[in-house]
Design a protein around this ligand. Structure first.
Ligand SMILES: *Cc1c(COP(=O)(O)O)cnc(C)c1O
Length: 865
């Protein structure tokens, strides 16, 4: 289970970085736009991110965003909810009727193919929008784009969509990877993670994460996106689907799907009892019928769910798993349950594509060797294994990323994810077909209420930052329901995670920063002054507990009281719940709302940057405002009698439902005593490490009794002057010892934040401490002049085999010492695969797709030769 973000540890993450670069290349090729990220949370939020981009491109000067009524209902709702915070005016209309005469339109969103299946020609539409200075966003489908003229060629500025159908199960709504692609011009405004090609210190190409985390922390309240955890694992799955099938395989799948849809339409025309939509379609056929519900019920009897659009309209969608027998069954359904006198197979020869030649794709895609050489299972298996073996994971050693809580993901917790009844459920299936899921939601909601001291939970947010946004929108809706439209000030300590101010900004809140004192605690006097000065407009405080400095803030009760006395609500960032579960709770402390990172505290693996789940818990007075959904009724667990929801924040009603069984299983197996013990051991482990390391490194913050919480910060700033050593040098040298670095330079620059979790044994804690102590001795050699300030074992770290085994060796230390500085490395050595990656070069020369003739390509070609 790869690390949280891979940022700063590219040298031990080249495998997944290559796979994510494949994803970006796949999306760029299929959409016809040169830049793609890897990835976003779902299609609806990707559309909302694109809307924010349009607003940003036009420097917030134009405040209207038009959405075509042929977009998915959940996409429209998520954009409408998101628009509120950006003070944008969303108008939903038929794209034919879009009116730009106000001069206030920043962008438009159309869907291609549309939600009811129609494939429209947007060429003239795009020209017209551009003539009015309006940016065009197109929501689209990757499989359809193997056959349809891609958005980039039509002139769209941004394309968004979901990569779900590329080999990822429905999972009752997620997790799936969404994508966002755009032109070179807007690349610096792109949200999410972007993988870039750079060089390493030996001049060889190497991959790294470009921009992302850094920019978010720098931008803070000026951020227009709060995305942190995305869907990295799912992006890898979708990329591998394209690697395996290649351009011809994908086209064959698309043709087959299109053929099945065409056969179905043909058969209905033959029946003559219903009317089939005349517009071209790819995989979804719209049918006008006398009684849509009667047909849907007949289909249900035959174990098929059809979408009822209205009383007389049904749409039928086909995919890779549909068979001719399924089409035969459908014919019978549309014939009132009576057999028909023809078969799908007999019709197939008379079916021709409904796509007009002007919309047929002519340009090639996925031409890179990577997509053309792993087309057998054995080849794919070896490619996967080759990439996997380049990456350090929890299978090798502890990953002590402070705040990220990298703990054991037990096999038994992971097993339910593969149960077909969980994996293959459509998010909009009738709820009576998902009784098991719903029993779990109820139980899990109840357990999370008990754990947090809250009254109701929403399972919709599918990452921590998405939970922050949802929670603040709940607070906003609460104030508004009381007539307090003016309450828009959000107090945030300077030590807060970068997503906090970004989320507040997305809710249209004004951010007031408060400082911390020398012990790392929130400066209570400053907070009191800020709260009192803003008491008429105070909306909320965002606070992390224990603090991001790893201490149980003594004044937390008082802090909550000050905010409440001044009319504000307390939002608690629950990323540090691993230090609270069973010992205290956000509800008990005085918070009104909090998100939980189920991918941190509750064992969902991080997947190298997602998936995650960030459900929010609230006190009773906030429960009515929890998110709803336009297609399937939902609210909180338990649902209050009266609801007044804030809107929709994810594409699926219960976010990434498929991974909820992981947390549910964990909580159910641990029980209350087990969970409490886990918190105690996590804290004990952190304090044990503090004790071992304090003789070698200054420990930055501690509570009043001299202890730390579940994580702690060691200070490396002094080594800059004594030895010219930066935190990055220590982080890279740890790789030579077989470890992933702790969180670097956050929340305090020049430091490392270490979180061991309860999952690690004393032996592993000791091994990690031994590595850090040994590195401290290496620094001492520089301090004493025994090692060179510029040319030493830290500055040149990490040391991959190609460096150590090269015929020339000019370093002032031995190869053996560089590679085997600790005894355990003799038994098992994890080898970094590149020398240190150059970030500056990568930022200056942003390359975010596979390049023909690149090293990766050459290596691939050599492998098949
Ligand atoms: C991880 C984290 C977040 C963001 O959560 P994501 O799931 O990555 O969106 C917010 N705050 C803190 C303190 C965190 O550690």
């Amino acid at each position: 289970m790869a690390s949280e973000c891979g940022f700063g540890t590219a040298e031990i993450a080249q495998g997944r970085l290559e796979s994510l670069l494949n994803y970006q290349t796949m999306v760029a090729d299929l959409t016809g736009l040169p830049m793609s990220n890897a990835s976003l949370l779902d299609e609806a939020t990707a559309a909302a991110e694109a809307m924010a981009m349009c607003n940003g491109i036009l420097k917030s000067k134009k405040k209207t965003f038009l959405i075509a009524s042929n977009c998915h209902p959940q996409t429209i709702d998520v954009c409408q909810t998101r628009a509120a915070g950006f003070d944008l005016n969303v108008i939903v209309a038929d794209a034919k009727d879009f009116d730009y005469s106000s001069g206030d339109v920043c962008g438009v969103l159309v869907q291609y193919p549309g939600t009811e299946g129609e494939v429209l020609d947007y060429a003239e539409f795009v020209k017209d929008a551009h003539a009015h200075g309006v940016k065009v966003v197109m929501a689209t489908d990757l499989l359809a784009l193997t056959s349809l003229r891609p958005p980039g060629e039509i002139g769209a500025d941004i394309a968004v969509g979901s990569a779900q159908r590329f080999g990822v199960p429905m999972g009752y709504g997620g997790p799936h990877a969404a994508f966002l692609a755009t032109s070179q011009e807007y690349k610096r405004l792109m949200p999410g993670r972007i993988i870039g090609v750079s060089v390493d210190s030996s001049g060889k190409p190497a991959l790294r994460m470009a921009m992302q985390t850094r920019e978010q922390h720098i931008r803070r309240d000026k951020a227009t996106s709060n995305i942190c955890t995305a869907q990295a694992l799912l992006a890898n799955m979708a990329a591998m689907y394209a690697v395996y099938h290649g351009p011809e395989g994908l086209k064959a799948i698309a043709d087959r799907v299109h053929g099945l849809a065409g056969t179905f339409a043909q058969g209905l025309k033959k029946l003559g009892t219903v009317t089939v939509q005349e517009l071209p379609f790819f995989d979804t056929v719209k049918v006008k019928v006398a009684d849509a519900n009667a047909i849907a019920q007949e289909a249900c009897k035959n174990e098929m769910n059809l979408r009822v659009v209205d009383a007389t309209t049904i749409t039928v969608a086909f995919d890779e798993t549909t068979t001719l027998e399924d089409v035969d069954k459908l014919f019978k359904v549309f014939n009132g349950g009576k057999p028909v006198n023809f078969t799908a197979e007999s019709l197939a020869p008379e079916v021709s594509s409904s796509i007009p030649s002007s919309l047929v794709r002519k340009s090639p895609y996925l031409t890179h060797p990577i997509f053309n050489m792993y087309h057998t299972e054995h080849e794919l298996l070896r490619y996967l294994h080759k990439l996997q073996s380049k990456d350090l994971s929890l299978c090798h050693s502890m990953i002590p990323l402070g705040s990220c809580t990298m703990k054991l993901n037990a096999t038994v917790e992971m097993m339910p994810v593969t149960y077909p009844n969980f994996a293959n459920m459509h998010p909009f299936a009738p709820t009576d077909q998902a009784a098991g899921y719903h029993e779990m939601f109820d139980d899990l909601g109840d357990l999370l209420c008990k754990i947090t001291g809250f009254d109701s939970f929403s399972l919709q947010p599918n990452a921590g930052a998405s939970g922050e946004y949802a929670g603040l929108m709940v607070i906003r809706a609460y104030h508004r329901a009381r007539g307090d439209y003016h309450r828009d000030v959000c107090i945030i300590p300077v030590s807060a995670h970068g997503t906090n101010p970004a989320s507040a900004a997305m809710c249209g809140m004004k951010i007031v920063a408060v400082g911390t004192d020398s012990k790392g605690n929130i400066n209570i006097e400053e907070l009191r002054k800020a709260a009192e000065a803003n008491k008429d407009n105070l909306a909320a405080l965002m606070v992390t507990y224990p603090s991001t400095h790893g201490v149980y803030e003594e004044g937390i009760d008082e802090i909550c009281m000050i905010i409440h006395e001044n009319g504000g609500q307390v939002y608690m960032d629950g990323a540090n719940m691993n230090a609270q579960v069973g010992l205290t709770s956000p509800g008990f402390i005085g918070a009104d709302v909090c998100h939980l990172n189920l991918h941190k505290t509750f064992c969902i693996p991080h997947g190298g940057g997602g998936p995650g789940m960030g459900p929010i818990g609230v006190k009773k007075h906030l429960a009515p405002f929890l998110p709803s959904h336009p297609v399937i009724t939902t609210g909180g667990f338990p649902l209050p009698e009266k609801t007044d929801p804030l809107g929709t924040i994810s594409a699926a009603p219960w976010g990434s439902a498929l991974i909820l069984p992981i947390s549910y299983t964990y909580i159910a197996m641990m029980g209350s005593k087990g969970l409490t013990d886990a918190s105690k051991i996590a804290i004990l482990n952190a304090n044990y490490m503090t004790k071992r390391l304090e003789k070698h490194y200054p420990v930055l913050f501690r509570g009043v009794n001299g202890t730390v919480a579940h994580e702690f910060i060691i200070d490396l700033r002094g080594f800059k002057t004594t030895a010219g050593i930066e935190p990055e040098d220590v982080a890279k040298r740890l790789m030579d010892y077989g470890f992933h670095a702790p969180t670097m330079s956050w929340p305090v620059p020049g430091t490392l934040m270490i979180e061991p979790t309860e999952s690690e044994s004393k032996a592993e804690l000791d091994r990690f401490c031994d590595a850090l102590i040994s590195i401290r001795e290496e620094i001492a050699e520089i301090e004493s002049g025994k090692a060179d300030v510029n040319n030493n074992v830290l500055k040149s770290a990490p040391h991959p085999p190609q460096l150590l085994m090269s015929d020339s060796w000019t370093k002032p230390y031995s190869r053996e010492y560089a590679a085997f500085p600790a005894a355990w490395l003799r038994g098992a050595k994890f080898w970094p695969t590149t020398c240190r990656v150059d970030n500056v070069y990568g930022d200056r020369n942003l390359i975010c797709t596979l390049q023909q003739g690149s090293q990766v390509a050459e290596e691939a070609a050599a492998a098949t030769a």
